[in-house]
Each structure stands twice: as structure tokens, then as C-alpha cells.
Design a protein around this ligand. Structure first.
Ligand code: ACO
Length: 325
């Protein structure tokens, strides 16, 4: 009998347009907004991000990442029996981006849905897919994080627009007699909704309120450092493992200072921290699978390694998944 789920393939995709801090600073200067490569690197670790072309859709990025994950797992799209897309920037209000991805992959029939947990979305989606596989509801799931976050950025607000980028990452999660995913730890607290949100909504054919990201950076920073430390220890305890067992920490890629603080709390040396924030910026729900695929393809994360994935984002939501790759 199947008791576990296991990642059998990873894939990712970045839109071709790479925007360095200097490029962005020059663009913002035309609006009378001052920023610099030095400020962005020192406060966040970000050096560049990718922005999608105007006509691109979140589902397009997700499909590219999904095809690469399927190829690395040696699977055909027709073998997929569940698709979950974690996104905050869906193609449409409805149907789900997962339904659009399914159609673009040329398949039909299997259950598909989106998960909205902002930057924790992939951790939530992976946990749901794992539960569905362990209960026999699915055997071969595509779990995707995909975002075109640049569409909801306020390019007149230098405190937020320099932080984010676009991209997608995906994994194929399959039923397995051996682990696989070892444990998961998810949390949320809606009282923090104001510190990180896009407050607008659609009503009467119009957007009411701002459709752009609003963030209290310092409040987010403090909360993120605390909860990422807590859920790392919680997921290790659930799995009966120690910090020493971790080969790789792949946290949400938002800010190098938050990531390094989490590694320090786990007493992990900096070499065990997977870092892509310098090249990707914060890609929200895409950041963890994008970083994971980058590390797998770079030969860092290898079969059998123990990997700690962590997410934190709007909601406030946070969580961790511990797995043997
Ligand atoms: N360029 C130049 N100066 C800037 C910029 C900028 N892009 N942005 C802000 N400043 C200025 C501010 O105006 C302020 O100036 P002042 O002192 O004259 O008022 C100064 O820099 C310091 O601003 P702070 O907000 O205190 O800077 P801080 O060190 O807190 O860094 C940052 C800001 C990078 C946003 C930090 O708070 C942070 O990373 N927070 C966490 C954000 C995060 O991780 N968000 C995502 C997590 S969840 C998710 O991914 C959705």
C-alpha cells in the first residue's frame, strides 16, 4: 500500500527580460523616484529580477515550469491526475489558473485548483497534494508555484517595487512506498492582514480600492524571522529529526537577511542555505520551487538529501515541509 509521496521531478521558468537594480533605478528615476543598487543589495540581497512581457500570463509561466518538471520525472502530461497551482496573480478571477494550465498541457479530466496563501502558497499546495496522494485520491500530481507579481506592484512606491519579480517553479509529486515528504507544519493568522496585502476588489464592473501591493516592511521582517524559526523546529520535531539532519534549507526567497537569520537559528552553516533571491527577487509562491529546481539543476540538492522548505507571506501565512529528496 502507498503510504508516502515523493518528488520525482522539478522544473522552473523565468521570463527572458532580466532587470538589474541599475536598470530599475534608471526606470524609477524617470518618475522622480530615487533608489540605488547599493541600497537594494545591502537591505535585501537582491541584484536582479525577471519581469514577464505584457502579453504573458501566469499560466504560461506555470506551463513552462510544469513541462520541465514532467520531463525531469520522465512523465507524460497524460499521466498527471491532479494539478494544484499556488498563485496570487491568477490569469483571471475565475476559472482557476490550474484549469488553464491543464488545458494548455493538452489534458482533461483530472481535478485541478488554485491555492491562495501568497508567498506560502507552494508550501500549502505541496502539503495538500501530499495528503491527497497519501489518501489515494491522486498518484501523480503537478504542484506549481507561478506568479507575475510585477502586475500588482506600485512602481511609484520604492519600498515595495524593488523587491519582487516574476517566475514559476513546479514539482511532480508521486505516490511512493518510501518517503518522500516526512512532515509538514502550516499556520496562518488573519489579524496581520494589513501589514502585507493588495486591498482592492472587483465590484460592479470596477476595481474598488488599490489593486497594488501595500506592505509594512519592518513588521513583515520581524514576524517572518520569528515564525520561520518556529515552524522549522516544529516540522523537525514532527518528523523526529534534528537540525543536523538538514542537508539543504530552501526558504522563501524574500530577503537574504531573513534567510540567514533562519539558518542561524537552526545552527546551519551558510553553505547549506540555497540562495536565489539575488537573481530572482521575491517571486512569491514561485520562489521555493524556483529555488529548489535551480539547486537541483546546479547539482547542489541530490537524491537522498534531506531538504527543509519554508514559506511565509501575506495572510499572514507560514509553513514548512521537511522531505527526503
Ligand atoms: N531605495 C532607497 N531608499 C529606500 C528604498 C529604496 N528602494 N526603500 C525605502 N528606502 C528608504 C526609506 O524611505 C527610509 O528612509 P528614511 O530613513 O529617510 O525614512 C530608509 O530607506 C530605511 O527604510 P526602512 O523601511 O527602515 O528599511 P529597512 O531596513 O526596514 O528595509 C525592507 C526595508 C527591505 C522592505 C525590509 O523591511 C524588509 O525586507 N522587510 C521584509 C519584506 C519582505 O520580506 N516582504 C516579503 C515577505 S512576504 C512576501 O513575500 C509577500
Amino acid at each position: 500500500m502507498t503510504s508516502y509521496s515523493r518528488i520525482t521531478g522539478t522544473g522552473s521558468y523565468l521570463p527572458p527580460r532580466r532587470v538589474t537594480n541599475a536598470d530599475l533605478a534608471a526606470e524609477l528615476a524617470t518618475r522622480g523616484i530615487e533608489t540605488s543598487d547599493e541600497w537594494i543589495v545591502e537591505r535585501t540581497g537582491i541584484r536582479a529580477r525577471h519581469f514577464a512581457a505584457p502579453g504573458a500570463k501566469t499560466s504560461d509561466l506555470g506551463v513552462h515550469a510544469a513541462r520541465r518538471a514532467l520531463e525531469s520525472a520522465g512523465k507524460q502530461a497524460t499521466q498527471v491526475d491532479l494539478i494544484i497551482v499556488a498563485t496570487t496573480t491568477p490569469d483571471m478571477v475565475f476559472p482557476s489558473t490550474a484549469a488553464i494550465v491543464q488545458h494548455k498541457l493538452g489534458i482533461a479530466g483530472c481535478p485541478v485548483f488554485d491555492v491562495q496563501a501568497v508567498c506560502s502558497g507552494f508550501i500549502y499546495a505541496l502539503t495538500v497534494a501530499d495528503a491527497m496522494i497519501r489518501t489515494g485520491t491522486a498518484r501523480c500530481a503537478l504542484v506549481i508555484g507561478a506568479e507575475i507579481f510585477s502586475r500588482i506592484l506600485d512602481f511609484n512606491d520604492r519600498t515595495t517595487c524593488v523587491l519582487f519579480g516574476d517566475g514559476a517553479g513546479a514539482v511532480v509529486l508521486e505516490a511512493s512506498t518510501a518517503p518522500g515528504l516526512l512532515a509538514s507544519d502550516l499556520h496562518a493568522d488573519g489579524k496581520y492582514l494589513d501589514i502585507l496585502c493588495v486591498p482592492g476588489h472587483v465590484a460592479g464592473g470596477q476595481v474598488t480600492g488599490s489593486p497594488l501591493v501595500r506592505m509594512d516592511g519592518q513588521a513583515v521582517f520581524k514576524l517572518a524571522v520569528r515564525v520561520l524559526g518556529e515552524c522549522a523546529h516544529a516540522v523537525l520535531a514532527k518528523a523526529g529529526r534534528e537540525g543536523d539532519d538538514i542537508d539543504w534549507l530552501i526558504p522563501h526567497q524574500a530577503n537574504i537577511r531573513i534567510m540567514e537569520s533562519t539558518a542561524r537559528k537552526l545552527k546551519l552553516p551558510p553553505e547549506k542555505l540555497v540562495v536565489t533571491v539575488h537573481e530572482h527577487g521575491n517571486t512569491s509562491a514561485a520562489s521555493v520551487p524556483l529555488a529548489m529546481d535551480t539547486a537541483v539543476r546546479a547539482g547542489q540538492v541530490k537524491r537522498g538529501d534531506t531538504v527543509l522548505l519554508e514559506g511565509v507571506g501575506g495572510g499572514f501565512t507560514w509553513g514548512a515541509v521537511l522531505l527526503d529528496f
